[in-house]
Every structure is written in C-alpha cells, then in structure tokens.
Design a protein around this ligand. Structure first.
Ligand SMILES: [Mg+2]
Length: 363
C-alpha cells in the first residue's frame, strides 16, 4: 500500500489504557488497600508518586507529584512500594489479548497501547465492539479495568480514552472529530506538555478552536517541528501510523538519594539496585547490551555521563557491576555532593532471533 492510499483510507484505531494501573494492581493484590487512597512510590523526602489510586486523586494527588506534596494534600495517603515485575507480567497478559485482534500494536508504556484494527484478525467490522471485547477480556484475565478510545487516528483515539475513565470507552467519528478538538483545552492535548501549554497560553491559544485559527506559518514560527503536528490535530488530522516495531534504544534506571552522596562505597551501594533492575529487564526480554552509561547528577543539578562500550554483549551481571565500578571510581572525590545516579544500557540487540510475538511487544 502506498502512503497516499494509507492516508486516504479511513483507519480504525483503538487506544487502550489501564485505569490507575500500578495503584489498581496493588489494590487488587492487597484487599486492605481497596477503597483507600494509595500512592505507588516512595514516601521518602525526594520520592515521587509513580501512580495514584482514584481515591487519592480526589485529593489532588497525581503521578509525578513529589511524595511530600502528596502526603500534605492527603494525610491518610498510603504509600506502597512499586512491584515492577508484577506490572510487567500484567502488561504481557494484556498485550497477549491485543495480539488476538491485531499484530499492529504500539505500546506507549506498560499499561497503554495503540492498536490499528482496520484489518483485524477476527474480521470484526465495528471497532467499538473490538474495544468492548478487549476490555472485557482484560477484566476477566487480570481483574483490572481498562478504558478505551476509538477513532480514525492516534491523536483522537488517545484523547477519547480519557473521556469515560475509569472503566469506560468513547468513540470519535470522522464526522465529529474536528468539533471535538475545537472544544478541548490545549493543555489536555497529547503532545502538549506544561511548557508548551504555557507558551500557547501566552499566545492566546487556550482551546483547539484557538489553535485552528492560527496559520501553519505562525505555528511553525513559534513551535518549530511541532508546528505541522499542531496544525493537523487542530483539524482532527493525524496521519501518524501505529508502529508495531518501535524497538527500545536503551534500558535505564536512576535514583535520587534522600541525602547527597560524597564517597565511593555508598555510591556503589546506591547503584546496585539500579544495576539489578536494568539487568533483570534485559534478562527477561532477552536483550543483549554492549554500552554501559553512568549518569551522575550533582547537588547543584549539573550532570555528567561516562560510558564504556565492550566488543560483545555483556553476559553476566558481574560484568555490568565491574564496568559501572570502573566508570564510577574516577569521579571520586566528587566536586560536589551527588544527588542522583543512573545506569543505562544501550547498543542493544535481541539475543535470540526467534523471539515470540508476545515478547516482541515488550521491547
Ligand atoms: Mg493508564
């Protein structure tokens, strides 16, 4: 199919998004947490909320909020340690369900994905029925609820999945796409972060309708490469394809410490759980890696990275530990207290060629 044909033919895109994912998994597995405001994350001084239950959201607690702020907004907030291995296992379950319907799946994170169901493996005509079936299967298999957005492009499908959350779905047809966008505040647009929203606000753009009034030249002048994207979505147009094989370029983990680090041994200890996390991910997904990068952020927020590339993929966690220690040693004594350390692996390769389809979606 040529690009022209693909953009002319109406597509059926479903965006599936688990409801308060990490928090819902914790409430599922621990009945004492049900009905209680829950934050997944560390309550420590520099911790942040990774996910908040709906009970917590009523108090204004949301993900990426500093834990201290969250606790202040909701004094009864219960903090739960994240269990990423469990979230990954659930993620694999939902992706297996998606794969019954279409091979064209683009995960955005563990709990969210775009599905192109224009041509689907069940021969179903109605995308809203596909979305309803998928949500029912997710509920039956995992005990968790998901919401879905159904539309003719990715942007609108993503916006639609938010409309009837939790445990709901919403469809935006080609006929009402443009009107839907006009009413939407731009700060809710996918692809418009807080900084861009603020810039739009300064330019007098508050809603999709305001955005639609601006010319393409104006949007390119003020938003550069994103200009054409904003110009399109203001009209309900988004030709981006659902990309099933978006392969990860790196796997990393980092941690901000509650107290600045000044010596080698505590730094090495602080790095150990990060090493285990990234190594565990690579093992689980059969990814080989040749490049190790250490990231160091100082108390004054300046940052350095140090990398080492080896000739063949690392074969054991001790090799990774050794390289990290080699990269770490020369930075001591540090010019300033160390606030954050991170480890990432890149130059990735799938270790085996015959990766199962389900696993492929995790990469
Ligand atoms: Mg979600």
């Amino acid at each position: 199919m040529t690009g022209e044909e693909s953009s002319r033919r109406p597509r059926k895109i479903v965006h599936v998004d688990m409801d308060a994912f990490y928090a819902s998994v914790e409430q599922r597995d621990n009945p004492e947490l049900r009905g209680v405001p829950v934050a997944v994350g560390s309550p420590a001084a520099r911790g942040v909320v990774a996910a908040a239950s709906y009970e917590a959201r009523k108090f204004g607690v949301h993900s990426a909020m500093p834990s201290v702020t969250a606790q202040r907004k909701c004094p009864d907030l219960v903090f739960v340690k994240p269990r990423f291995d469990v979230y990954k296992a659930v993620s694999l379950q939902i992706r297996t369900i998606f794969a019954e319907y279409t091979p064209i799946i683009e995960p955005l994170s563990l709990d969210e994905a775009y599905l192109d169901v224009t041509e689907n493996l069940k021969g179903m005509e109605i995308a809203t029925e596909i979305a309803a079936e998928i949500r029912a299967k997710i509920k039956a298999t995992t005990g968790l609820t998901a919401s879905a957005g159904i539309s003719y492009n990715k942007f609108l499908a993503k916006m639609a999945s938010d409309q009837n959350k939790p445990d709901g779905q919403f469809v935006i047809t080609p006929k009402n796409g443009s009107a839907f966008v006009e009413r939407l505040p731009v700060k809710k647009f996918h692809g418009v972060g807080p900084a861009t929203a603020e810039k739009m606000h300064r330019l007098g753009i508050e809603t999709g309708a305001d955005l639609k009034e601006r010319t393409l030249d104006f949007l390119v002048e003020h938003f550069g490469k994103s200009g054409p994207y904003f110009y399109g979505i203001a009209r309900g147009i988004d030709d981006r394809l659902v990309r099933p094989d978006r392969v990860r370029k790196s796997v990393g983990a980092e941690d901000t410490f509650s107290q600045d680090i000044h010596s080698f041994e505590p730094a090495r200890e602080g790095l150990q759980p990060l090493i285990e996390k990234v190594w565990g991910y690579c093992e689980a997904n059969e990814i080989g890696a040749k490049t190790v990068t250490l990231k160091v952020k100082y108390a004054d927020f300046s940052q350095i990275t140090r990398s080492k590339t080896v000739s063949s993929a690392l074969s054991a966690i001790v090799d990774l530990e050794e390289i990290v220690a080699l990269l770490l040693a020369p930075i001591f004594p540090p010019r300033n207290g160390i606030r954050l350390l991170g480890v990432s692996l890149s130059s990735l390769d799938r270790r085996r060629s015959e990766v199962t389809p389900q696993l492929r979606f995790l990469l």
